[in-house]
Design a protein around this ligand. Sequence first.
Ligand SMILES: [Zn+2]
Length: 66
Amino acid sequence: MSESFEIGVPVPLEEHHTVIGSKGDQYDVVNPNQPNMEWTCTCPHYFHRKTECKHIREVKTKLGIK
Ligand SMILES: [Zn+2]
């Protein structure tokens, strides 16, 4: 067995937030919980532009994150 999984080391877990879009679509906003990683969203805006969309901002605002 070459793979080893350390037990007891806290692994930062990504955090999923479901956001309902203006058309009733449901998007999955993911907070990676890691400083060097971007938040992501499953909406077309994020998919095409890879920039923070209103859903990501909405979740950040809700959580009090700037
Ligand atoms: Zn989005």
